[in-house]
Write a protein that binds this ligand. Structure first.
Ligand code: DX5
Ligand code: ZN
Length: 216
């Protein structure tokens, strides 16, 4: 079953709790929270105080995507704030195994992410230590971009590696996901589709979520 994680980057952030409630009722499986620091990526969004406040208003699965330098410095505070899945970037972290272990030891799902230009083989050594790999399908930083076609092959290769090793590591894709691009991503092996503009920008968000889930 394909799971859908709408990214609030395209939501009305002045009304965040209601926006999250709205996509939960529309059938989303979780909510994707993009944290940007203006260093790892050229944009700034929000941090743990926002997530902590939102936690009091929502029982949804919080799928937190850290696009920040030195994620090891802040990971525990994002966990305390209410993350259920915590993903950081391989490119931003010195000791990924230690951080993955630390996240898992708190009972939180640990994800590791790679930017479009990072070879997918670079994550293979962490597959046993993580619950999810987030394959970025656009350059991280902004919503509303077009999917980079070459990233689809990365998903396919990763899926084969996961299956060869007999693991159940989930594959998440993020960036430019809509009903046109979802079929190829699902075919390549994606388990969780992150979608910002194509869900929050839709007139009928329930229909948009269903269209993604049943795209293939
Ligand atoms: C981009 C973020 C994405 C973004 C996706 O850096 O990680 O989660 O919100 O937006 P869309 O779905 O509009 O490409
Ligand atoms: Zn994201």
């Amino acid at each position: 079953m394909i799971r859908i994680s709408p990214s609030v980057l395209s939501a009305d952030l002045s009304d965040l709790a209601n926006e999250v409630d709205n996509i939960q009722k529309a059938g989303a499986d979780m909510v994707h929270l993009d944290v940007m620091d203006g260093k790892f990526v050229p944009n700034i969004t929000f941090g743990m105080p926002v997530i902590e406040s939102l936690r009091k208003r929502s029982n949804m699965i919080f799928d937190v995507h850290l696009m920040i330098d030195e994620p090891e410095k802040y990971a525990m505070r994002f966990i305390e704030a209410g993350s259920d899945i915590l993903t950081f970037h391989l490119e931003a972290c010195r000791e990924p195994i230690t951080l993955l272990d630390d996240i898992r030891s708190e009972g939180v799902m640990a994800g590791i992410s790679v930017k479009p230009m990072t070879p997918i083989e670079d994550v293979y050594q962490y597959l046993e230590s993580c619950d999810m790999v987030l394959v970025m399908t656009v350059e991280p930083g902004y919503g509303g971009q077009k999917l980079i076609p070459e990233t689809v092959e990365k998903v396919r290769k990763l899926k084969a590696e996961i299956q060869n090793r007999g693991l159940d590591t989930l594959i998440q894709v993020d960036g430019g996901v809509n009903s046109d691009t979802a079929p190829q991503l699902i075919d390549a092996g994606a388990d969780i589709l992150v979608a910002g503009s194509s869900v929050f920008g839709a007139q009928d968000r329930g229909a948009a979520i269903n269209a993604l889930r049943n795209a293939y």
